[in-house]
Design a binder for this molecule. Structure first.
Ligand code: ADP
Ligand code: MG
Ligand code: MG
Length: 252
């Protein structure tokens, strides 16, 4: 689904990513850990194609196509979607209007909004006066309307209370599963067939792992992925024990 090769990215003239390699297959959910300022959001921004994140080397391949030089719009159309860490307020644009655009005119917006408890928010300006949890749920709703094949989530649980984390976890599972099939309710065959989408989730606390099954974890440190391709829960335990820099030693 996604193959990143030796990616170098500059932000504000400063090199942030210095050779990132990452391979995400269809059906896989990856988790990205890393200290503040290590470039996690930069990596998502570069995958999505935001101009601020200047790619100075390497390439990004999505579904076999080199997307390194494509616009955000083209990448979204190919099936990449992102939920921001700190989404902007959009005055004068109602959430319902935005959803009709991201959802390409789909008619089931009200149905999608129900489980996220956002059915009364559709007439309101996007994120204007929303609480932290409401902002994050509104991001999930935008992604559900878009239904991308590759789901990029930047700290989906940050600033969200425990009850809302469960709701967001449900939405993430719905996003990552074809037709919203849920893991615990299906056979092995259905499990394999249901998991065609892919996810990359940034998390600091790992709380979201209590709700969302994830396959592989990585640590972004010093501009590269280290401790790559390990079980996310084991990796989180190691980080908690010895810190980001030494997670490799902990696992050996
Ligand atoms: P993370 O998400 O891991 O906390 P970020 O990717 O947000 O880290 O940021 C990586 C580094 O890039 C940080 O040092 C941050 O201050 C810097 N940075 C982010 N945006 C800009 C910008 N617009 N101009 C200059 N530096 C930036
Ligand atoms: Mg960040
Ligand atoms: Mg959004």
């Amino acid at each position: 689904m996604l193959r990143i090769e030796d990616l170098h990215v500059e932000v504000g003239g400063r090199p942030i990513l210095k050779g990132v390699d990452l391979h995400i297959k269809p059906g896989e959910t990856h988790v990205l850990f890393g200290p503040n300022g290590s470039g996690k959001s930069t990596l998502l921004g570069a995958i999505m194609g935001f101009k601020r994140y200047r790619i100075t080397g390497g390439r990004i391949v999505f579904k076999g196509e080199d997307i390194t030089n494509l616009s955000v719009h083209e990448r979204a159309r190919l099936g990449i979607g992102v939920a921001f860490q700190r989404p902007p307020v959009l005055r004068g644009v109602s959430l319902g209007d935005l959803l009709r655009v991201t959802g390409n005119g789909r008619k089931d917006i009200d149905e999608l909004a129900l489980p996220l408890h956002l059915e009364t928010f559709l007439e309101r300006d996007v994120n204007y006066g929303f609480s932290g949890g409401e902002v994050k749920r509104s991001e999930m709703l935008q992604l559900l309307a878009q239904s991308p094949d590759l789901v990029l989530l930047d700290e989906p649980e940050s600033g969200v209370d425990l009850e809302n984390i469960a709701t967001i976890g449900e939405a993430i599972n719905q996003l990552l599963w074809k037709d919203g099939i849920r893991g615990q309710h299906c056979s092995r065959r259905e499990f394999k067939e249901g998991r065609q989408k892919a996810g990359l989730i940034i998390t600091h606390t790992g709380y979201i792992l209590d709700y969302v099954p994830a396959d592989l974890g990585h640590v972004l440190f010093d501009g590269r992925l280290s401790c790559s391709g390990l079980n996310p829960r084991e990796l989180l335990g190691c980080i908690q024990k010895v810190g980001y820099a030494d997670c490799l030693h902990c696992l050996q």
